[in-house]
Design a protein around this ligand. Structure first.
Ligand SMILES: Cc1cc2nc3c(=O)[nH]c(=O)nc-3n(C[C@H](O)[C@H](O)[C@H](O)COP(=O)(O)OP(=O)(O)OC[C@H]3O[C@@H](n4cnc5c(N)ncnc54)[C@H](O)[C@@H]3O)c2cc1C
Length: 319
C-alpha cells in the first residue's frame, strides 16, 4: 500500500476501490479510490489537511440521498463520518454535520419545538441538507440555521446565517470547498399536540406522494422559481389548475407536475424509470447505471425546454 493510504489509516477505517453504490440511496456508482470512515468528527480537520496537502480530490458523503456518482467511480478520497451526535438545549439545537435529519427532527418534536418538523421525512444528514438548503412545503434549512462551523482553507471558522448565502435549494457551499463540521439551529417553543399532528400529517403525505421501495435521490430538479414580474405570463402559459395554485401560492412551478403533463411519467432507460408516482423522481428499478439516469435527465430537460422554454437545473449533486 502507498504511503498516503498508511497516513490516512491513522484517522479511520480505509477501503480502496470501495463500491459507491453501497453507500448512496440510488444504489448506483463505481468504486472510490479511497473510502475512509471517520468515527469522531474532531479528526476531520486533520484528515482534510492531509488530503489537501497531497492535492488529492476529496468529497464528503453524508447519507448519499442527494448525489449521483459516475459508473466509473471517484478518483480520490470519499469521506464518511458516522458521528450522529446532537443536543437540544432550550430552543437551540447543536448538531455535528453527520447527524441525521430525521433523528434531529424527531428530537425537536419530542422537545415540543416548532420549526423543524418538516424535516421528519428528509433522509440524510444535516450537512447535506444545509448545502442544498433542503426544504419541504415552503420551509427550508435557512429558516432554522443560526450559525455553522466549517473547515475552510486549513482553518476552522464560524459562519453566520447570512454568510451561508442561502437561496432556493442553494447555498455558498455549492460553490466552494468548505467542509461543514457543526450546525446550530434556533427554534421556537410550540404546542405539543399541534407539533405531533404536523409530524404525522407530514409522514402520511410523503407516503401518498413519493415512490417507495426503489433507489432514488428525491427530486432530481429544482422547482422553477418565478419572479413576481413574470408571474402573470406564466399563469397564462399553464392551463393546469395544480400548477396555477402552486405558482400563485409559492411563486414556483413544480417540475413533477410539468413532467406529468408532458406524459413522461413511467418512461424508462435501461433499469431507470421516471417515477409513475412523482414526476420529479427518477428511480432505480434495480441494476440501473448512472448513464441510465443521465438519459432520463436529458429527456426531461429537452422536453421541458422544447414545450415551455424552461431550463431545468439539477437539485441532486452530479459528481
Ligand atoms: C425519498 C427521498 C425524499 C427526499 N425528500 C426531500 C425533501 O423533502 N426535501 C429536500 O430538500 N430534499 C429531499 N431529499 C433529498 C435529500 O434527502 C436531502 O437533500 C438531504 O438533505 C441530503 O443529505 P445527504 O446527507 O444524504 O447528502 P449527500 O447526498 O450525502 O450529499 C449531498 C451533497 O452534500 C455534500 N455534503 C455532505 N456532507 C457535507 C459536509 N459535511 N460538508 C460539505 N458538504 C457536504 C456532499 O459532498 C454532496 O455534494 C429526499 C431524498 C430522498 C431519497
Amino acid at each position: 500500500m502507498d504511503s498516503f493510504y498508511k497516513q490516512l489509516k491513522a484517522y479511520g477505517k480505509v477501503r480502496t476501490q470501495e463500491s459507491l453504490a453501497k453507500h448512496i440511496t440510488y444504489k448506483i456508482g463505481g468504486p472510490a479510490k479511497y473510502f475512509i470512515t471517520i468515527k469522531d468528527i474532531s479528526h476531520l480537520p486533520d484528515v482534510l489537511r492531509l488530503i489537501d496537502g497531497e492535492g488529492i480530490n476529496r468529497i464528503i458523503l453524508g447519507g448519499g440521498s442527494n448525489i449521483l456518482f459516475p459508473d466509473e467511480g471517484y478518483d480520490g478520497v470519499v469521506i464518511k463520518i458516522v458521528d450522529k451526535h446532537f443536543t437540544i438545549s432550550g430552543t437551540e439545537v447543536e448538531a455535528v454535520a453527520s447527524a441525521q435529519m430525521k433523528e434531529i427532527s424527531q428530537g425537536t418534536v419530542s422537545a415540543s419545538l416548532a420549526g423543524f418538523v418538516w424535516a421528519i421525512g428528509v433522509p440524510g444528514t444535516i450537512a447535506g441538507a444545509l448545502r442544498g438548503n433542503a426544504a419541504y412545503n415552503g420551509i427550508a434549512m435557512e429558516d432554522a440555521v443560526s450559525k455553522v462551523e466549517v473547515y475552510r482553507d486549513g482553518e476552522v471558522v464560524i459562519l453566520t446565517q447570512e454568510e451561508c448565502m442561502f437561496g432556493p435549494k442553494d447555498s455558498v457551499f455549492k460553490y466552494n470547498t468548505d467542509v461543514i463540521l457543526r450546525i446550530w439551529l434556533e427554534l421556537k417553543k410550540g404546542d405539543t399536540q399541534e407539533i405531533a399532528q404536523e409530524a404525522m400529517e407530514n409522514i402520511a403525505y410523503r407516503k401518498r406522494t413519493q415512490p417507495e421501495g426503489f433507489g432514488s435521490a428525491g427530486c432530481v430538479f429544482k422547482n422553477i422559481v418565478v419572479e413576481e414580474k413574470d408571474k402573470a405570463a406564466f399563469l397564462a402559459k399553464f392551463s393546469d389548475e395544480k400548477i396555477k395554485e402552486i405558482l400563485t401560492k409559492y411563486n414556483k412551478i413544480p417540475v413533477g407536475r410539468v413532467v406529468e403533463l408532458l406524459g413522461l411519467k413511467g418512461r424508462k432507460s435501461g433499469k431507470a424509470q421516471i417515477s409513475t408516482v412523482h414526476g420529479n423522481f427518477i428511480i432505480n428499478l434495480g441494476g440501473a447505471s448512472a448513464k441510465d439516469i443521465h438519459v432520463l435527465i436529458d429527456l426531461i430537460k429537452e422536453n421541458v425546454y422544447n414545450t415551455y422554454g424552461l431550463d431545468l437545473e439539477e437539485e441532486i449533486q452530479i459528481v
